[in-house]
Structure formats: C-alpha cells, structure tokens
Design a protein around this ligand. Structure first.
Ligand SMILES: C[S@@+](CC[C@H](N)C(=O)[O-])C[C@H]1O[C@@H](n2cnc3c(N)ncnc32)[C@H](O)[C@@H]1O
Length: 238
C-alpha cells in the first residue's frame, strides 16, 4: 500500500532520526538517502531496517507519494529513495592505519574524512570527544557511502592508549615534516579541531608531532587528514 500521508508513523520516525542526534543515539539508528548511498550499504552487506521509495520508481521498498517522501528528506531537492539502518560501532580503534579525530565538529569534515579513509584504505576512523555524529545526515552524505565501508569507533577522553600502533599528532608548523618520519608497523594519525587544533596533552602523549609543509597557517581538518593519508600510503604502500 502506498503511503500518502505526511503523518505516517514511518515518516515521522525518519524525520526524528534525520533531525535529532539524541534520537539517533537513543534508537541506535540513522537514515541514508539516495540510490548511490543505498547501493553502498547493499555492497557492504549492511541491511536496511526500513526502505522507502517514490511510488512508481521501480526502486525497492515501501512506496510513498513523491511529495510525501520529499517531506521526510533532508535533501533540499527531495529524494527517490531512503532507508533506515542500525548504527555500527567498532568495539575499539583498529589498525594498521587508523585516523583519530579530536573535536572535529563539522559533520561535513567527518564525512569527507571517512571518504578519504576509504579511498586510501585506512582501517578505522576513531572519534574522540566533541566530534560530530558520523551518522548525522550531513556526515552520511559527505561520506558518499564510505560510512558503510570504514569501521568507526568511539574513544573516550583519556583513552588514547586504545589507539593502535605509533601515534602521530598532526600539528600545523610543528615537529618534523610528516614525510621525513621513519615509520613502520601500525599507525594512528591524530587530527584536531577546526578552530582549536589538538589539545596540548594529546600532542604530548603522541609518539611524534608532525606537520604537512604548506605556505599558509593551516589546512582544513579534512584536507589535512587526506594529505596525511596520501603521504603515509605513498611512504609505505599497502
Ligand atoms: C584547521 S586546523 C586547526 C588550526 C588550529 N588553529 C591550530 O593551529 O592547530 C585542524 C587540524 O588539521 C590539521 N592540520 C591542518 N593543517 C595542518 C598542517 N599544515 N600540518 C599538519 N596538520 C595540519 C591539524 O591536526 C589541526 O588540528
């Protein structure tokens, strides 16, 4: 039966999951929109709890009238299909190449970092305190489906000992140039907040402090993570 009412319970639930981090955390569920993202979930073997598609589109899922589905979509342009998924969190950060993010609060940066992590074959993205929700709509969209392909872990304040291998704090203008480090074995790259960077105690606890040589003060956090992954995978090709 086609859903024709904006007040349908499934749609109400989807709006809450899209709009409220608390609701996602409480239910342990999130929403992804669009055929490409849903295909990425399918490819990763991540089943949908619920799938809704525009009536007559031929796409799988419960059929919904186009204007009604658009009312539950977080995309300005509406969507042809969306689905609800169970969140998945890795039990702990995983090597051999892990990214640790501290206070990265822009969901677009979280999604972009996940996309780069998948592109360069990183094994995990570990989220420290005050990071944006990787399962929020902006992060999911910016990840372009990488969220379904890269394990995501949570790391509490003061739990840096959980991070795998040698830790490298990325700090603009400090320490050695990243490409000059002699590295082997498992690695975790630490990336700081958009405005404040990494806290001093994290820099001090890291095995190395390193920078990416540039002509200006700093790069955006997601750009720095991407360049670091490029450098590290070039230094020690998988
Ligand atoms: C926008 S920057 C933070 C700038 C902050 N004002 C500072 O001085 O640390 C966000 C994060 O990106 C990384 N980053 C940015 N540019 C970098 C560079 N040239 N070398 C190493 N890391 C960099 C660092 O991890 C930094 O914490």
């Amino acid at each position: 039966m086609t859903i024709t009412s904006h007040h349908n319970e499934k749609l109400k639930e989807i709006r809450k999951l899209t709009q409220r981090r608390r609701w996602r955390e409480r239910s342990g569920r999130f929403v992804a929109e669009g055929e490409d993202l849903l295909a990425a979930a399918d490819a990763a073997g991540w089943p949908a709890v619920e799938r809704l598609s525009v009536a007559g589109s031929g796409l799988p899922g419960v059929e919904v009238e186009p204007g009604v589905l658009a009312s539950a979509s977080g995309l300005g342009s509406g969507t042809r299909t969306l689905a609800v998924y169970e969140e998945r969190w890795a039990e702990r950060p995983l090597g051999p190449l892990c990214l640790y993010l501290h206070g990265v609060s822009d969901p677009g940066n979280i999604g972009t970092i996940l996309r780069s992590a998948q592109a360069f074959g990183a094994s995990c993205v570990a989220l420290g305190p005050e990071c944006a929700d990787p399962f929020g709509p902006k992060a999911v969209r910016a990840s372009m489906g990488a969220l379904f392909g890269v394990p995501v872990a949570r790391v509490g304040a003061g739990e840096l000992s959980e991070l795998p291998g040698t830790t490298i704090a990325l700090v603009a203008g400090e320490g050695a140039a990243l490409r000059e480090l002699a590295l082997e074995g498992e690695l975790t790259v630490l990336v700081g907040a958009e405005r404040d960077g990494l806290p001093d105690q994290i820099k001090q606890a890291a095995d190395h402090v390193a920078h990416i040589p540039i002509r200006t003060h700093s790069l955006n956090a997601a750009m720095a993570a991407t360049v670091a992954l490029y450098e590290l995978t070039r230094m020690a090709p998988a």
